[in-house]
Design a protein around this ligand. Sequence first.
Ligand code: ZN
Length: 193
Amino acid sequence: MINAEIVLGLPDYQIIEITRKNAEVVITARYTGPLSCAHCGGKLLRSKGGYRRTVRHEDGGLRHCFLRIEARKSLCLECGRQSRQRLIGLLPWQRASEAFQKAIFQQHLDGINRSRLGRREGIGGATVERYFQHGLRRQFTEWHPPRCPTVLGVDEHFFTRRKGYATTFCDLRNHKVYDVVLGLRSFRWKRIS
Ligand SMILES: [Zn+2]
């Protein structure tokens, strides 16, 4: 029995088959996690058969890896709508797993240019760019939680001769930079409670 979590880095899958052909590895796996309605989260479901979805996944060495997932379609007895099972690690409508998109983001960030990375991974340069932008947005939300810091520190630094000063806002409770804006005290104090 192959441990799917170690091979795929995803929980709740059972590996059925691994095939290797030239430069490609195809892993067929079945979703074994809990089932719920994609619309309302309801658990009272009637099976409407299976569906298959193939996405690009993290490479194993220099071979391109594809993940063929088998999961269920079901009719929800609570809201009456039909849906495909939502899969952990694979966002709906995406042609690649989140792990693959993260790997592309990291490699581009490390300095491998768009066209070279695209050629190496067999995807277009525009796709590399899209995954990279997506990664930046994800990282930004991780660094900037939507909540405003409770204790805010304000500091001004000389930035460049042309652009002048930059004002840094720090979350003093968590010792993190919250935001940086160009300009010198170009804001008005506002009391937020
Ligand atoms: Zn439902």
